[in-house]
Design a protein around this ligand. Sequence first.
Ligand code: GLN
Length: 518
Amino acid sequence: MNLYLMLKQIRRLSWLRHLGLGLVVCALMISLSSFRVNSQTPQVLKVATEPTFPPFEMQSEDGSGLQGFDIDIMNAIGEAMGVTIQFEGLPFDGIIPALQSNTIDAAISGITITSARAQSVGFSSPYFKAGLAIAVQENNTDIESFDDLTNKRIAVQIGTTGAMEANKIPNATTTEFDSAVLALQELVNGKVDAVVNDGPVTLFAIKEAGLKGVKVVGELVTEEFYGIALPKNSPNRQLINYGLFTILENGAYQSIYQKWFAGEPLQLPLIAPAMEGAAQELATSIQQQQPQQSVFIQLLTRLPQGALLTVLLTTFSVFFGMIGGSLIAFALISPNKLLRTICQIYVEFFRGTPMLVQLFIIYFGLPALFQNLGIQWSLDRFPAAIIALSLNVAAYLAEIIRGGIQSIDQGQWEACQSLGMSPIQTMQDVIFPQAFRRILPPLGNEFITLIKDTSLTAVIGFVELFRQGQLIVASTYQAFEVYIVVALFYLLLTSSSSFLFKYLEKQMNPLSKIKKSA
Ligand code: GLN
């Protein structure tokens, strides 16, 4: 049934002919409003949204708050319900776990109603009709439909219907980003062949936000309906539906729609088609008892892969960071003032800016800059992550190493000099070995910090330990269990490295050598 048209027609038709139908709708409204009066209506409704999904939700231009179609719709619904809406920003893949744990009352974020999601959360009636679209670079001629995506590199937003559809394409490599904007940036930078994302959002990015070098091909791939998500069995569901029906009826919905999409609203069903088969799917999945087992298997197979990448990333970064850090440390204590100043600026920059920002500059920023200069250049994820981490670690290690070297008594330099040793020989054979033993504890700290910081590379789509966990949550919605196991994996890695560093410290302690030989 088309809800919007139904309400419109009721208004137009003569009351005598449609008295019966009118009475049914009145009864529905009265029962919902009596529900509103009788039940404990909340004063404030905490509603989550992921505000990088224009034109549905985004920061307003002056940065003062949120704006967008969803924001207006939710505020109008709140007004109809007599409730104040308090918006909270959350990452898209965190919305369903937050609803499951009841930390928020509802979420409006262009969330497609799917039968899989309906097993974990509740949904209002649909409030918008959308669908997935394929975006490619403007000069691309070989992708025209979904079938052409086989064997292609695709960027998507994590936990979305776009990601679910892209993961079904045979032999395609899918990279998942935190937001649709980053996925599109990846396409602009030429690192993927296509982006699968909600059509209205991609079109808005191209037409309104001025995204260059990208076009949408073919028809919408799917037909999807957005709903307001709620915790399962939430008492607010009927209230929200009441608010939605009210704004559909009183014309508020239509004017909000026209404000953002300049056209007539599309037809909305009372129940999303995806939900019609939901009950049956739920019954089948309960019968098969698949979900529990599959999380367990996914954890066992995917987390070790992620952990391996985390270890590789840390080891490479500490290795290069150590080389760079030592060179900078030598420069910092060199007599050359210019060299010292350059290295001081380097250290200040890399210690004084967030690693996340450095990662974004190297992975997204530099290729975009080169594109603008007409140079085709980009970095793969792995080298980009290693470069960013190594540059950052080198700054910290430089200071640690400099401190270690300067802690060695000046008299040793003089002693070596009187023995006829060159400064390089002195540093290599006398000073550095002693300094190295002293810097082992802070080096161990750096290593452990880095193991944890590698999780930042998830933002550039790098599938290390944390991202593997996020991906499992995105398909299973079992946030607590998955993240606890992820934390245990990190703990295993950090405690093994602190054990390793303690062992190294012991090995390098001259006293322990004397004891052994005695
Ligand atoms: N409609 C898509 C989904 O529900 C994407 C939503 C979003 O990224 N905000 O998966």
